[in-house]
Design a protein around this ligand. Structure first.
Ligand SMILES: C[S@@+](CC[C@H](N)C(=O)[O-])C[C@H]1O[C@@H](n2cnc3c(N)ncnc32)[C@H](O)[C@@H]1O
Length: 414
């Protein structure tokens, strides 16, 4: 079995290791490669199993996965054509296109390795983009090591190098928090375009290109470029019927753990559909409100704090300058979406989400950042999620790249 590489936030490495061992056994051999990269070297599960555990949020602190195919000391790297051959030897047939994603143990992008690999694969007739392909070649570069990995996008958790999503800074941006919501929408494919069926059959899978007019990270899908899913290398790669492509709830209402899989996802909801009514709890200064407007929502923005002056003229925004509790007391609107980025601990935040339930339509989408950590952020987050699961189907829970000391949870009201 190939070693598996997992990316995390540097401060969350130990939490990720704890989650991995709780999920797959205490004997799991894990070593740290760099601040935000770990390697499972012994008793690794099939990558499909690991990806599924991450996709449904049983493992929350891992944000990117790949399978290691080769490692080199930086001063002894084979010529580019040999690297290309190594990659192609992992695939069951010659692909027309691949994504190549490079990153370093610092802030660098490893751009020179991207060009090296792209040129060498190009000479073998393979179109190379940075994202949007079924198969992803990863290359991690540090002063001590250069590691090559290959994985299906469906089992990678993110279509960005090491899960480091980079979003364009627009002049319209009113808060840094905007990136968290945008990343959640893109990562979990939450946006529907008009006309898309609002049903499980129409639910985009984690490997599909982002719908809803969201720009892709810099690449584009290439038709018919690679072997079809399910044909890809070695037993560990084969998608199982309950693989991460099949959305399944982490926790069902009532706190029951659900194994996930096709048919288990409740029949409606869990999307951001244009024309909806959205409730933004903890909205000030209005970053999430602005993003929700971009996705066609009419937004009720609840926060004692002010909204950015640039949002003032928008008649699709209703600022209610009060706390969530007071808002619920007077509110008569029913919402399709509730988002919550309030600054409060995980359990209190989850309680507010339970208070929101009578104000939501069936099938409503919920996006929550569970903040803070205290001494034991993993257990506190789990308590918050268990509370949410009393009323919501919790679909995903992950520490995304733009989260700091917090997790993003995606749920919906059955
Ligand atoms: C991280 S900021 C939200 C940033 C916002 N999502 C954005 O994109 O601009 C957290 C906000 O939660 C608000 N907040 C804290 N407790 C609240 C409560 N009980 N009701 C409403 N808002 C609350 C704070 O006033 C603060 O503005």
């Amino acid at each position: 079995m190939l070693p598996l590489l997992f990316s995390v936030a540097t401060d969350s490495y130990n939490l990720a290791v704890r989650e991995l061992r709780e999920e797959f056994g205490r004997d799991l051999g894990i070593e740290r490669v760099s601040g935000d990269l770990g390697r499972i070297v012994a008793d690794a599960p099939p990558i499909v199993e690991l990806a599924k555990a991450c996709d449904v949020g049983r493992i929350m602190f891992v944000r990117h996965l790949t399978q290691e195919i080769a490692t080199f000391p930086p001063d002894d790297i084979p010529p580019a054509h040999e690297l290309a051959d190594l990659v192609l030897a992992e695939l069951p047939r010659h692909p027309n296109a691949l994504a190549v994603q490079t990153w370093t143990d610092g802030a660098g992008t490893g751009g020179s390795f991207y060009h090296l690999l792209a040129d060498a694969l190009g000479e073998r007739g393979v179109e190379v983009t940075r994202s949007g392909q079924d198969v992803v070649v990863s290359c991690f570069i540090s002063r001590k090591t250069v590691i090559l990995g290959v994985n299906l996008l469906d089992y990678s958790l993110s279509d960005w190098p090491g899960g480091r999503m980079r979003l364009a800074r627009s002049d319209d941006r009113v808060s840094r928090s905007e990136f968290k919501l945008e990343e959640a929408i893109q990562t979990f494919h939450l946006a529907l375009t008009p006309g898309e069926p609002h049903s499980p059959a129409g639910h985009p899978t984690p490997g599909d290109p982002p719908p809803g007019g969201v720009p892709s990270p810099g690449g584009h899908s290439s038709p018919g470029g690679v072997p079809s899913r399910g044909e890809l290398p070695s037993a560990g790669w084969r998608p199982s019927p309950g693989g991460p492509s099949s959305p399944g709830a982490l926790h069902s209402p009532g706190g029951r753990l659900s194994p996930g899989g096709p048919g288990e996802r409740p029949s409606t909801g869990g999307f951001l559909a244009p024309g909806g009514k959205a409730l933004d709890l903890g909205a000030s200064p209005g970053g999430w409100t602005r993003i929700l407007r971009e996705y066609g929502q009419e937004v009720w923005s609840v926060d004692p704090g002010a909204l950015d002056a640039r949002l003032a003229g928008d008649r699709g925004i209703h600022h209610v300058p009060t706390t969530a509790g007071r808002f619920f007391h007077d509110n008569r609107v029913r919402f399709d979406v509730v988002v919550n980025d309030m600054r409060m601990d995980q359990v209190m935040s989850a309680r507010v989400m339970l208070d929101a339930v009578p104000h939501l339509r069936r099938g409503a989408l919920a996006i929550v950042t569970l903040k803070g950590g205290g001494r034991n952020p993993l257990d506190s987050a789990r308590r918050g999620i268990e509370l949410l699961a009393k009323e919501y189907a919790v679909l995903h829970a992950r520490q995304l790249h733009h989260n700091r000391r917090e997790l993003t949870v995606i749920a919906h009201l059955p």
